[in-house]
Ligand binder design. Structure first.
Ligand SMILES: Cc1ncc(COP(=O)(O)O)c(C=O)c1O
Length: 375
């Protein structure tokens, strides 16, 4: 048996014992009603969770969040249509990677890591380039913990009459999302972050009228990760085009049921409470947080370590005590930033324990000199 560690990571996250127990049941064949019932219920739950109306559909893709992003982005951009990408961190750059591989005419507004969107700049780009059909953004930029200005982008895109793709991979279950009210055309998510499920599947929620049919205007650009094919199989028979990751569908269903029982508001409240405990505790220890309060998500906190403690050594020391944290990505690593993700099956008391361990670890490593108290 693997030793239990406390995961304060932005995915995979900790899950409930009940969710893990759900997997201990007889094997399930996928071309049978027993599996189709799971698919039906998952799709309905996803539509409910995202605030979708009857104009939307949801499909599950076997593969991690990148699979959902690639399924969507490979399948919605018409031939010759231009794409505007808003990027301010690692996962904006990952979207760029997909968009470049598919060869779309691409405009990128790169605001810089941890810098907020310039909405005037977005409006200007849309006004200057009539050929832009899709705007792509990351709602919660997990690499910095920044909640990007979804409302502002929604307004700018609607005013300009374009379509919006939102990577909501680490936002769903953590941040407010209402695709129907906001007329978000396509968004993606995963179970293994704020939904508190297991990794291995991901999902796409799409406004049907925004997914063009395949044809001369929209060539089929891939085989496995094709959105039209996933929608066709789901609509026809609550099925998937290929052998799905059956057990992960079962776990996704269980995670969505747990989320519905807690309610989305309740889940977001718990995430916010946990993040607040961590933020206040780190500041009490004298650590500086990366983002100003207005930009902080409900789930990820990025903070600078004291110069005396290198982030890699700190992460290692924390792990030895049973707590898994991630170092900052990209330029944040050089700036000695670490991340605490309070998403998934995490309770306020877990956050208080974490702060105690951070304090002891920093003291031992010579990073705390005063008498600050974290918890
Ligand atoms: C916002 C966001 N988008 C995309 C991804 C990529 O997901 P995956 O690593 O599951 O493929 C992640 C992963 O952390 C993410 O946080």
């Amino acid at each position: 048996m693997v030793e239990k560690k406390m995961l304060f990571t932005p995915g995979p996250v900790m899950t409930s014992e009940a969710l893990k127990a759900v997997l201990l049941q007889p094997d399930i064949p996928h071309r049978q009603p027993v599996f189709e019932q799971y698919v039906r219920r998952i799709r309905a739950s996803l539509l409910l969770l995202s605030g979708a109306d009857e104009g939307y559909t949801a499909v599950v893709v076997s593969g991690s969040g990148t699979a959902a992003n690639e399924t969507a982005l490979s399948s919605i951009v018409r031939r010759g249509e231009e794409v505007l990408l808003l990027s301010n961190g690692e996962f904006g750059e990952r979207l760029r990677g997909i968009l470049e591989v598919y060869g779309y005419p691409l405009h990128v507004l790169d605001f810089g890591w941890a810098q907020p969107y310039d909405l005037e700049g977005v409006r200007r780009a849309l006004a200057e380039h009539a050929g832009i059909g899709w705007v792509c953004m990351v709602y919660h930029e997990t690499s910095t913990g920044m909640r990007n200005a979804l409302d502002g982008v929604v307004r700018a895109v609607a005013e300009a009459g374009r379509r919006l793709f939102v990577d909501a991979v680490s936002a769903i279950g953590g941040e407010p999302l209402n695709v129907g009210r906001d007329r978000i055309d396509v968004c993606t998510g995963v179970p293994n972050k704020a939904v508190a499920g297991l990794p291995g599947v991901s999902f796409v929620i799409a406004r049907r009228s925004s997914v063009p049919p395949l044809g001369a205007d929209l060539p089929r650009r891939n085989v496995y990760l094709n959105l039209q094919k996933h929608i066709e199989w789901a609509d026809r028979a609550e099925q998937t085009p290929n052998t799905p990751s059956v057990q992960m569908f079962v776990a996704l269903d269980a995670a969505l049921q747990e989320l519905q029982a807690e309610t989305l508001d309740g889940r977001m409240r718990r995430h916010r409470e946990c993040a607040l405990i961590v933020r206040q505790g780190l500041e009490r220890l004298g650590l500086r947080l990366l983002l100003a309060p207005d930009f902080r998500s409900n789930t990820v906190t990025a903070a600078f370590l004291p110069p005396a403690v290198r982030v890699e050594a700190f992460i290692e020391a924390m792990e030895a005590r049973g707590y898994v944290l991630y170092p900052g990505k990209g330029p944040l690593l050089e700036q000695n930033v670490f991340q605490v993700a309070t998403m998934g099956w995490i309770q306020p008391e877990d956050c208080r324990s974490l702060l105690g361990v951070i304090e002891t670890t920093l003291r031992e490593m010579g990073g705390l000199t005063g008498g600050g108290k974290g918890s």
